[in-house]
Ligand binder design. Structure first.
Ligand SMILES: Nc1ncnc2c1ncn2[C@@H]1O[C@H](COP(=O)(O)OP(=O)(O)OP(=O)(O)O)[C@@H](O)[C@H]1O
Ligand SMILES: [Mg+2]
Length: 276
C-alpha cells in the first residue's frame, strides 16, 4: 500500500482509547485520525503512525501507533507476520521508519541509534538469539552492562533476587539452562543497564504454562518498580490479563486497542484472536 503522512491527511491513529488516558471502551482503529492525540503525545514511550519495511521492500508497518505509560505494561498481540517484532525493532531503532516518530519521555528519538536509545534508558530483549549460550549466566549479565562505567555488583544482586535460580546457576553456560531460565537470563541481561523501558519480544515463547505464569509475575514486579514494559506475546489471553493496555496488530496496523480487560471481553477480539 502507499503511505501518506498521518499528520497531513486522513491517515494515522484514530484510537480514542489512546487519545484519552483512562478513555473508555474498546475502539476499532479506522486509521482516519487527522492529528496525533494528546494522550499519545504524553505517553512515556510512543511509536506513532509508524510505517516502514525492510530494505527497499514494501511496508510491513502501515501506520500503527503503540504507546506505553510509565510503570505500566503494554502488550502487543496479533497473528504471525502481523509486524509485531518489526514494530518492536522500529521502536528500538533497528528499522528506519518511512513515516511516523518515536518519543521517549517527551523527547523525539526517531533518529537515534539503538545504542543511543539504550543510553536514554531503553532495553530490548529480542525474540531470538537473546543470550550468549556459551557464556556463563553471570557473564551474560555482565555483558548487559557494557555501557556502564560504575559498579554493577548491586544490580547483579538485584537480578539474583528477582530470579534466584540464576544465582544458583551463575557459573553455568547459559545455553545449558532450561527455556524459562534462559528467558530469565535474557530479561536479567536487559535490566543490567537499569532501564526505564523494558521491551520484550515473546518472553514466554516455548515455556510451560507454569513457567509462563512465573515470568509474568516477575514482569509485573519489574513494572511495579516504575519500569515501563512493552511486550509482544503469543500467549495473548494470559498476557492481556496482566496488560494495562493491549494492542491487536494486524498487517502492521492497529486493529483493536483497549485495556487488557476490554480486549479480553470484546467478542470480536475473542473470536478472531483469542480462540473464542
Ligand atoms: N529481516 C527481515 N527482512 C525482510 N522481511 C522481514 C524481516 N523480518 C521480518 N520480515 C517480514 O516482515 C513481516 C512481519 O514480520 P514480523 O517478524 O514483524 O512479524 P511478527 O508479528 O513478529 O510475527 P511472529 O508472530 O511470527 O513473531 C513478515 O512478512 C516477515 O516475513
Ligand atoms: Mg515476532
Amino acid at each position: 500500500m502507499t503511505f501518506r503522512d498521518p499528520l497531513q491527511d486522513d491517515r494515522g491513529n484514530n484510537d480514542v482509547t489512546v487519545a484519552r488516558p483512562g478513555g473508555t471502551g474498546l475502539h476499532v482503529a479506522d486509521n482516519r485520525g487527522t492529528v496525533p492525540s494528546a494522550g499519545v503525545a504524553q505517553a512515556f514511550l510512543v511509536g506513532e503512525g509508524m510505517a516502514g519495511g525492510y530494505g527497499k521492500g514494501a511496508n510491513i508497518l502501515n501506520g500503527c501507533t503503540i504507546a506505553a505509560e510509565k510503570g505500566q505494561i503494554a502488550v502487543i498481540v496479533g497473528p504471525n507476520g502481523a509486524g509485531k517484532s518489526t514494530a518492536m525493532k522500529a521502536i528500538f531503532g533497528m528499522l528506519d521508519l518511512r513515516q511516523g516518530s518515536i518519543r521517549l519521555n517527551g523527547e523525539d528519538i526517531t533518529r537515534l541509534t539503538p545504542q543511543a536509545r539504550v543510553a536514554k534508558g531503553m532495553a530490548f530483549v529480542p525474540q531470538v538469539r537473546n543470550i550468549f549460550p556459551s557464556m556463563s549466566v553471570e557473564e551474560n549479565l555482565e555483558m548487559g552492562a557494557f555501557l556502564r562505567r560504575d559498579d554493577i555488583s548491586s544490580t547483579i544482586e538485584q537480578i539474583y533476587t528477582l530470579f534466584p535460580i540464576l544465582k544458583t546457576k551463575r557459573r553455568q553456560p547459559a545455553g545449558e539452562l532450561s527455556g524459562g531460565q534462559r528467558q530469565q537470563v535474557a530479561v536479567g541481561r536487559a535490566l543490567m543497564t537499569r532501564p526505564s523501558v523494558l521491551m520484550l519480544d515473546e518472553p514466554t515463547a516455548g515455556v510451560s504454562p507454569i513457567v509462563m505464569d512465573e515470568l509474568f509475575d516477575r514482569i509485573i514486579e519489574i513494572a511495579r518498580q516504575g519500569i515501563t514494559i512493552l511486550m509482544v506475546e503469543q500467549n495473548a489471553r494470559q498476557a492481556l490479563e496482566i496488560a494495562d493496555r493491549g494492542y491487536v496488530l494486524v498487517q502492521g496496523a492497529n486493529a483493536f486497542t483497549g485495556t487488557g480487560k476490554e480486549l479480553l471481553a470484546d467478542p470480536q477480539v475473542r473470536k478472531s484472536f483469542l480462540g473464542g
